[in-house]
Design a protein around this ligand. Sequence first.
Ligand code: FMN
Length: 362
Amino acid sequence: MTSLFGPVEFGAISLANRIVMAPLTRARSSRDAVPNALMAQYYAQRASAGLIISEATGISREGLGWPDAPGLWNAEQVDGWKLVTEAVHSAGGKMVAQLWHMGRLVHPDLGGGQPVSASATTAPDYAHTYEGRKPYVEARAATAEDIGRILGDYAAAARNAIAAGFDGVQIHGANGYLVDQFLRDSANFRSDDYGASIDNRLRFTVEVLEAVGDSIGIERVGIRFSPNIPVQGVEDKDPIALFTALAKRLEALKVPWIELREANRPTSAGSIPTKPVSPAIRPLYSGRIVLNSDYDGPGARARIAEGIADAISFGRPFISNPDLVERIRLGAPLAASEVATFYSGGPGGYVDYPALDEAEAA
Ligand SMILES: Cc1cc2nc3c(=O)[nH]c(=O)nc-3n(C[C@H](O)[C@H](O)[C@H](O)COP(=O)(O)O)c2cc1C
């Protein structure tokens, strides 16, 4: 039987175990979106994960609307990330960069100018800005020229990720950001080649994967979706039809791994999940499937044994348990994460969660 602690290949990346660190925005970069030594320390503490997926990382100023989140569009950011990837590799880990364009969720205070999306829509709720929460503004529908520029930005950010020492990239196709805004029918009202039919709604995602695959090799590219939950106003009337059609395209493109944030219970933001799509995807897609959301050690072992998932990713447990892999191996209790310090900046609640031996010694 496949073990959570057995090795696995994600295309060109060899993982020592099947416990993946999920992408976690922690807002510890500079206002110029440059990573730093504190972030290197945080990620290196978690390097026993089979694979670390970085926090969401902007591909362009236009696409990055989260205060103090990192980017990958200039040389300074590449140099900052080198500190991180070198620290993770020295500690024996593997790491990919999660590439992010937030689309309509970028407030003009951060991105500059009116945000772009699949269609002219306004996200619900509030944007994070340096002056606190502000209502989102209406996005404009991306023109053909915008789409061409954004595909170029994805390709350039992927090349920068490799230059910065990452083992590969993950396209952020989840959680109501730009890729998801094109995919799902509550945010895409286009009547051109990028909208209406499922095939057309898949087009932007496929083009992003092709652009990034052409720039760094598809064997280093993964993608994440949140297929069965409404997130930030983005959802779909028929997730099974959409994501099974997508799975066939991913198979044809030879995308080596996907991560599904597939909730089994209401999320912390209160979204109610629909039926999981992973059982329908499994027979159509031969790459690796990583499942996420609300797992603990026994739950993860059970999912792996079932045969749909090849790996399990953990988000919040990795915030508060830098040695999560060891704790799961031992069946040791997991420390709870503190919500107040998720995005607070600085070392508190970031690099000061102890590993088990440190906690016992204290
Ligand atoms: C503080 C925080 C930051 C997050 N940042 C990201 C992110 O940058 N990219 C992303 O795809 N998901 C992000 N997520 C979602 C997590 O990756 C994960 O899907 C979620 O926490 C559920 O998994 P868990 O139950 O193991 O925590 C974030 C979640 C939290 C709690």
